[in-house]
Design a protein around this ligand. Structure first.
Ligand code: AMP
Length: 117
């Protein structure tokens, strides 16, 4: 049996897995985290899975990282009071579980003891 090597986020982008999508353009997609840690908890995800974390993204395509941040800011303004935390868990030891770079956009009070992991 073949194993699907694509990330879960690539499968969401392909429409194979349902998600509550709040934004979609040529370069990024954003949807609600399935296990929200704050009243607003979105994930903003580049459509390419070429970069496993924000360090790789910053080195490989800083323009795409800047776009991701701009989209996060716009969405925080649309879905909350505009103030937000932007979290990139980087490495398994820091709580990263999906190795397809993504930003957590959190607004409102965080769930106790949680920084998006
Ligand atoms: P991280 O642990 O930083 O890699 O973040 C991965 C995030 O993806 C977690 O907060 C998960 O709750 C979230 N997640 C995993 N699967 C899904 C899914 N199918 N739809 C929405 N969010 C998901």
């Amino acid at each position: 049996m073949e194993t699907d090597q694509r990330s879960i986020f690539t499968r969401i982008i392909a429409g194979e897995i349902p998600a509550d999508i709040v934004y979609d353009d040529e370069r990024v997609i954003a949807f609600r985290d399935i296990a929200p840690k704050a009243p607003l908890h979105l994930l903003v995800v580049p459509k390419t899975e070429e970069y496993r974390d924000v360090v790789q993204l910053a080195a490989g395509d800083p323009g795409l990282l800047a776009h991701l941040v701009a989209v996060a800011n716009t969405l925080a303004g649309e879905h909350s009071d505009g103030d937000f935390r932007l979290i990139f868990n980087t490495g398994a030891g820091a709580g990263q579980t999906v190795f397809h770079v993504h930003a957590h956009v959190l607004s409102g009070e965080l769930e106790e003891g949680s920084l998006a992991d």
